[in-house]
Design a protein around this ligand. Structure first.
Ligand SMILES: [Zn+2]
Ligand SMILES: [Zn+2]
Length: 188
């Protein structure tokens, strides 16, 4: 039986998901859902074979992390060599991330409050705005800010709204569990 190249095996056993760019392994999966390639009776992780075939060996001591969180994806651009500790850290946050409806600061991951970075990771807009505001507060604590306040807000925040208004707009309805201000419910 002629030996198939990794490339040929990938061509035969994968399908491309247009929306995400994932290259889904259609062959055997292991118990954790990772693709398995059988080469001369030896089982090797399909994503590792794919990565090493197109990029090169995984640096020693590092593991491949699925940036797309799809374990049966073998797209090399969705794989990044990371340390074991980093992989576990990402696994703990990353694996649950897809199921999570709120960020660590309890802001909702809804359409308005969610953005994706170039690697496809999900982020919270409100947290980004809060981090900017915190950074600004730190800078102000250090010394006088260059130029008028308004300009700083516009430069650091959205193009349409200064940071303060943007935060207010996003915050509206985002904290349904927050206690209503006392004046809305005067004591009887
Ligand atoms: Zn993928
Ligand atoms: Zn957040």
């Amino acid at each position: 039986m002629p030996r198939l190249t990794i490339q040929r095996r990938l061509e035969r056993r994968t399908v491309r998901i247009t929306e995400t760019g994932c290259l889904i392994w259609l062959g055997k999966l292991d118990k954790d859902g990772y693709g398995v390639m059988v080469i001369e009776g030896r089982q090797i992780p399909a994503h590792k074979a794919s990565y090493e075939d197109s990029v090169g060996p995984v640096p020693s001591g590092l593991q491949l992390d699925h940036l797309c969180r799809v374990r049966c994806c073998v797209e090399p651009r969705h794989l990044e060599p990371v340390t074991c500790a980093e992989n576990i850290r990402r696994g703990l946050t990353g694996k649950n991330m897809a199921d999570r409806t709120h960020c660590p600061r309890n802001h909702p991951y809804d359409a308005a409050n969610t953005y994706f970075n170039r690697k496809g990771a999900r982020h919270c807009r409100l947290c980004k705005i809060e981090r900017r505001r915190e950074r600004r507060a730190e800078l102000e604590a250090i010394g006088p800010v260059q130029g008028p306040q308004r300009k700083v807000g516009r430069r650091l925040g959205s193009k349409r709204l200064p940071v303060s208004q943007q935060t207010t707009a996003l915050a509206t309805g985002l904290e349904p569990k927050a206690a209503a201000p006392a004046h809305l419910f005067p004591a009887e």
